[in-house]
Design a protein around this ligand. Structure first.
Ligand SMILES: [Zn+2]
Ligand SMILES: [Zn+2]
Ligand SMILES: [Zn+2]
Length: 284
């Protein structure tokens, strides 16, 4: 499975254009891997996870034409750094020259809150949007197939009003568990995972609070990521072959110490974690 990190920042990205905290100032100076746009990943060029206000520009830079694929998108939840439904007006008649008969409708998988947002926006666009997209409502623990992948939606520890999910994506050979926009996973979820017989191929963990301490609700920090991996290892869900990646980094404006890509690599690499950056591609 190929995993492409298109965006690796939190909701206000790094640097936040309004902010002068040590992290944002350092990112302005160092640039490169210290510049982080809002979170989004692509799997095998067949499946997209999330869509935010940074997506359009990054597809232009990466020369991606979505009329040719991916044709399906899974939304983790409805916060606007993960779901920007208004951008989908660009697939409607009059804006997009690719006719519905030339390709199947865009397949959109989303929890209840995002479903309502999408439905009300796309319906407001009228006839021009008809046949251009297909909305699928995702419930906790749903297990379904998209683009040949088996997907399981686990409820995340995140704002419940955003209908948050942590997706497990399996292709028959390997598996990817996306733990983004979640705190320490819920006990009911651990119970389901503990019945699993095989380790995950890759676990991508939320590290919104980097090296701050004790952040375990809504988002996580490196210390809590370590705790998650330790428990997974004890249950046989992680082994020496599992790829462990950290992503969704915040600028932590409340911290006096600047967070940087280089600083994170120094701390995370000895613990077995890859520090993601915008544009990073991995295979497992
Ligand atoms: Zn987020
Ligand atoms: Zn800042
Ligand atoms: Zn969120």
């Amino acid at each position: 499975m190929k995993l492409w990190y298109l965006g690796t920042g939190s909701s206000d990205a790094i640097p936040n254009p309004f902010c002068e905290c040590p992290t944002c100032e350092e990112a302005r100076k160092k640039k490169g891997r210290n510049i982080r746009t809002r979170f989004q990943v692509m799997i095998d060029e067949r499946l997209l996870i999330d869509w935010n206000a940074d997506s359009f520009m990054r597809f232009q830079h990466a020369n991606v034409c979505l009329a040719r694929g991916p044709h399906s998108i899974l939304f983790t939840h409805s916060h606007d750094d993960h779901l920007y439904e208004r951008e989908f007006e660009n697939i409607i008649e009059g804006y997009c020259e690719t006719k519905p008969e030339d390709r199947k409708p865009y397949e959109i998988y989303v929890g209840e809150s995002g479903y309502r947002m999408f439905d009300s926006w796309m319906t407001s666009l009228g006839k021009a949007a008809e046949g251009k997209y297909q909305l699928h409502l995702v419930h906790p623990y749903d297990n379904f197939e998209v683009e040949g992948y088996r997907i399981t939606a686990f409820p995340a520890d995140h704002d419940p009003l955003s209908s948050p999910f942590n997706y497990l994506i399996e292709d028959g050979k390997t598996s990817l568990l996306l733990l983004h926009d979640t705190g320490y996973p819920k006990e009911e979820v651990w119970e389901k995972w503990s019945k699993r017989k095989t380790p995950f191929g890759c676990v991508s963990l939320d590290c919104n609070f980097e090296w701050m301490k004790g952040k375990r609700n809504g988002h996580m920090c490196l210390e809590v990521d370590e705790e998650v991996v330790k428990r997974m290892r004890s249950l046989g869900l992680v082994d020496d072959k599992t790829t462990l990646v950290l992503s969704h980094f915040g600028h932590c404006a409340m911290s006096k110490e600047a967070f940087s890509y280089e600083g994170m690599v120094k701390r995370a690499e000895p613990l077995g974690f890859i520090t993601s950056f915008d544009g990073m591609k991995i295979e497992f």
